[in-house]
Design a protein around this ligand. Structure first.
Ligand code: NAI
Length: 246
């Protein structure tokens, strides 16, 4: 049985890395997808590949910091499918471990604009549709940098802690309206964002002694998007090979 059959899912930042893996994993479970990313060329490639597997998928170019473009994304999705079942807020950027004294206000604002405020903007655009449907799932991509320090710089660490706080707020406010809101906290995962850093980094502080694969985060995203997790809300789940347990 397909676990996401006919669920309409928007995934931000799904033209590469974890978002791309999530898009393929969702498609495999029967989801109808909007591949939302600032990189239209890569988004089209992902959407075309998913369509060639027999699933419905559309690429949509959007900068998640631009409210006009986000409104257009929601209008496009409703125009195509007339509903939104899952919003996976995955798009994010890293601050390259910049410590507080070296963090400019420009960097801080940019990191927060993409990593946190975009989730607030999109959630507020999607929630009215989910409230009307009396169902829906929002999944926010946090990080282990939202659970502990030193897995990013000042702005990234603060931004990912904020994602988890906002996730809990949404869960508390909208659960009674039939909407579940959860967060994923990936550990170190091999993606274009981290590829260069991981060339020289040891794995001995990770109990499972390796970095994660994008498919391992995508598996959790499928679970949180599916009805299998229907009693889960406000959860912030680490997929980190045990890193935050020690
Ligand atoms: P990535 O850099 O491989 O992919 C990010 C995608 O987001 C790209 O396709 C990019 O075009 C898109 N994007 C970036 N800014 C955008 C914007 N303003 N508007 C629209 N799209 C935008 O990154 P990766 O590694 O796949 O990360 C995905 C998420 O996972 C991020 O939120 C990141 O913070 C988080 N994360 C990543 C970890 C890792 O080890 N790779 C660990 C923990 C969390």
């Amino acid at each position: 049985m397909l676990r996401l059959k006919d669920k309409v899912c928007i995934i931000t930042g799904s033209a590469s890395g974890m978002g791309e893996a999530e898009a393929f994993a969702f498609a495999k479970q029967g989801a109808k997808l909007i591949i939302a990313d600032q990189n239209l060329e890569l988004a089209e490639t992902v959407a075309n590949q998913i369509r060639s597997l027999g699933n419905e998928a559309f690429a949509f170019q959007v900068d998640v910091t631009n409210i006009i473009q986000l409104e257009a994304l929601i209008d496009f999705t409703i125009g195509k499918f007339d509903r939104i079942d899952v919003l996976l807020n995955n798009a994010g950027i890293f601050d390259k471990y910049t410590n507080s004294l070296e963090t400019t206000e420009y960097l801080w604002d940019k990191i927060f604009d993409i990593n946190v405020k975009a989730i607030f903007r999109l959630s507020n655009l999607v929630l009215p549709h989910m409230i009307q449907q009396k169902s829906g799932a929002i999944i926010n991509v946090g990080s282990i940098a939202g659970l502990v320090a030193k897995m990013g710089g000042a702005s990234y660490t603060a931004s990912k802690h904020a994602v988890l706080g906002y996730t809990k707020h949404l869960a508390a406010e909208y659960g009674q309206l039939g909407i579940k809101i959860n967060a994923i906290c990936p550990g170190t995962i091999k993606t274009p964002m981290t590829a260069k850093m991981l060339e020289t980094r040891p794995t001995d502080k990770i109990p499972l002694d390796r970095f994660g694969d994008t498919s391992e985060v995508a598996d959790l995203a499928v679970f949180l998007a599916s009805d299998e997790s229907k009693f889960m809300s406000g959860a912030c789940i680490a997929v980190d090979g045990g890193f935050t347990a020690v």
